[in-house]
Design a protein around this ligand. Structure first.
Ligand SMILES: [Zn+2]
Ligand SMILES: [Zn+2]
Length: 591
């Protein structure tokens, strides 16, 4: 499991452009409120257009405010300029706050349902006075919506599907958040002398990037006493069930469900396998068992002949795998993506481990928006046993994150050279350079060639078309100075979805141009995720792991990146961070 607890969770400033997003969001929401109120379509359109234009800006909106040039942005007149200024200076917009009071809250929540626009929401509200997702669900189920003009049978179905989706999405939280909650429960339970074996199961044990609930299994001679400890945990917000062998609670800030089950010693292994899943993996294991005249369940593996069943394995997970004469499958791989076949042939890959990591490629220093000095970074990574670290600061156009001017790049270079003379860990002069809306980089070739390591990234203009975004990324890969693309899909949990980009196209070019794709270890990013990292590998692309540390404690989230790499079937050979310094320097030199 993860050695968590020390993981520092907060949004990186690396996400500047955040203000652009924030202003755009407020304008878009304003448009929505106006639409729900049935206001003038031209006004509504003006807010929407402004939001769109702000999102595609490549400069931070604050720089326009500072320079007094807001009205040079297309679609921004005096009135909207004043509103932007208010948002930047006070963090809110009074006009928007007032509008919000006039519109029932539930209507806004209804808009979160995919495919349900303001017009339909307003029509439903006007006709049936439905002002919440709950009422909407009831009405859709009973077919009442179909009486409203413009709503067809199909729309009603889609609304129900959409509601299910929203409910699902709202219930998943990033792995690291769930893991720290699970840890505190496990620690408390371990203090209880009646707790025997204890393990976390479910998608948390499989180290999936997001987790819906936490499942804990224990063995105990006195289950009731263990259950007591469980429901009394200070993190518990609400008790859903308090039973002899199973209890459920809602816990922590994220209101995640935590279940505790007491299982028998004899079947701990089979219960653990069953509750670890995935569902797909369990289905395949069951059919494998059937083919061998066996039955597998949470209560063990049973040999069947006629009506008779004989228990044959289940005490430990590894007994079950060896009973079927297969290799032990680590939980990260249990997704039915070929791991069962590989285990039967004894051909499972030797997955990446934390101890294979020889360096970090994405660490910010105080030169841009990090908090540590370069000498402090050198000391911290040396303590982790690294051979090298890429000190990558933002580039000049990223003013909000204090991007470096060319002069500052030279100062940083000098400082790094000095520290390198006496340090055991090699500091790489790096940059996290902006890819502009056209795919050009933020420094000229004469500067780019001075860096040991060039990590290129998109931090603005997320709403471009798929073709534009793909072309932009491809162009960056083709730039002969680029070594790594950071957080390739831009996904940020709770903030935005991955942007629309043709990754296969990008991967092909990256493989040709020897550009690595990053697994950004930050818990809210996990970008690339497991599926995309697997695709990258298939295309022959190297993967690099970067913590995107802005404070030194974040260096430890390397572990999260390693879990994603393991779920992606990556081995040492696939990962740039496993090269020793000499190999790495050779790899980085492209000319
Ligand atoms: Zn970044
Ligand atoms: Zn960064």
């Amino acid at each position: 499991m993860l050695a968590r607890g020390k993981i520092i969770l907060f949004l990186n400033l690396c996400d500047f452009g955040m203000k652009n997003q924030e202003v755009a969001r407020i304008f878009r929401d304003t448009a929505t409120m106006l639409e729900l109120k049935g206001e003038n379509p031209f006004r509504i359109r003006a807010y929407e257009r402004a939001a769109q234009n702000i999102e595609s800006l490549t400069d931070a909106i604050e720089s326009y405010v500072a320079a007094g040039t807001l009205t040079t942005i297309a679609g921004i007149g005096k009135d909207l300029a004043a509103k932007i200024k208010e948002i930047i200076e006070t963090g809110k917009l009074t006009y928007y706050q007032e509008l919000k009071k006039e519109v029932p809250k539930g209507l806004v929540a209804m808009l979160e349902i995919p495919g349900l626009g303001p017009k339909t929401v307003k029509a439903i509200y006007d006709a049936l006075k439905i002002d919440s997702v709950e009422k909407l669900e009831v009405a859709a189920k009973s077919g009442k919506l179909a009486n409203i003009e413009g709503i067809r049978e199909k729309t009603q179905e889609n609304i129900l599907k959409g509601i299910a989706l929203v409910k699902q999405a709202n219930m998943r939280i990033p792995l690291a958040f769930a893991a720290s909650i699970a840890d505190s429960f496990v620690e408390e339970l371990k203090k209880n002398k009646y707790t025997g074996s204890i393990e976390v199961a479910g998608s948390l044990r499989r180290l999936k990037d997001t987790v819906r609930d936490v499942d804990i299994l224990v063995t105990s001679e006195e289950p009731a006493k263990v259950m007591d400890t469980f429901v009394k945990n200070p993190l518990v917000e609400r008790i859903l069930a308090h039973g002899e062998t199973k209890s459920s609670v809602i816990a922590g800030e994220n209101n995640i469900q935590v279940d505790l089950r007491v299982v028998s010693k004899e079947n701990f292994g089979s219960a653990l396998m069953y509750f670890t899943g995935s569902k797909e993996f369990n289905i395949r294991m069951r059919s494998l068992a059937l083919k061998r005249d066996c039955k597998i369940s949470e209560y063990g593996v049973f040999k069947t002949s006629g009506k008779e069943e004989k228990w044959v394995a289940g005490k430990q997970e590894k007994d079950i795998f060896s009973f079927f004469n297969m290799e032990y499958i680590t939980p990260e791989l249990r997704e039915d993506r070929g791991e069962i076949e590989a285990a039967l042939k004894h051909e499972l890959p030797h997955l990446l481990e934390l101890k294979d990591i020889k360096g970090d490629f994405h660490v910010h220093s105080r030169y841009s928006d990090g908090t540590a000095q370069i000498s402090e970074i050198a000391f911290a990574v040396q303590k982790r046993g690294y051979q090298y670290v890429g000190v990558c600061d933002h580039s000049r156009s990223l003013k909000i994150a204090n991007g470096l001017s060319i002069k500052e790049v030279h100062q940083k270079k000098e400082e790094i050279q000095k520290i390198n003379e006496k340090s055991n860990t090699r500091l790489l002069l790096g940059t996290e350079v902006e890819i502009d809306s056209q795919g050009k980089l933020d420094y000229p070739a004469s500067v780019l060639k001075e860096f040991d390591l060039v990590v290129a990234a998109i931090h603005s203009g997320f709403k471009q078309s798929k073709a534009q975004l793909t072309r932009r990324m491809v162009k960056a890969c083709e730039n002969k100075y680029v070594n790594i693309i950071a957080h390739p899909t831009g996904k940020l949990w709770g903030v935005r979805e991955a942007y629309d980009i043709d990754l296969d196209e990008v991967f092909k070019v990256a493989a040709d141009c020897r550009v690595a794709m990053e697994i950004n270890c930050h818990p809210q990013r996990v970008d690339l995720n497991d599926i995309n990292a697997m695709r990258a590998k298939k295309n022959g692309v190297k993967i690099s792991l970067g913590t995107d540390s802005h404070i030194l404690d974040q260096l430890s989230i390397m572990e999260l990146g390693v879990s994603t790499a393991r779920r992606s079937w990556l081995t040492k050979e696939d990962v740039l961070n496993c090269m020793n310094l000499e190999e790495l320097l050779k790899w980085l030199k492209k000319q």
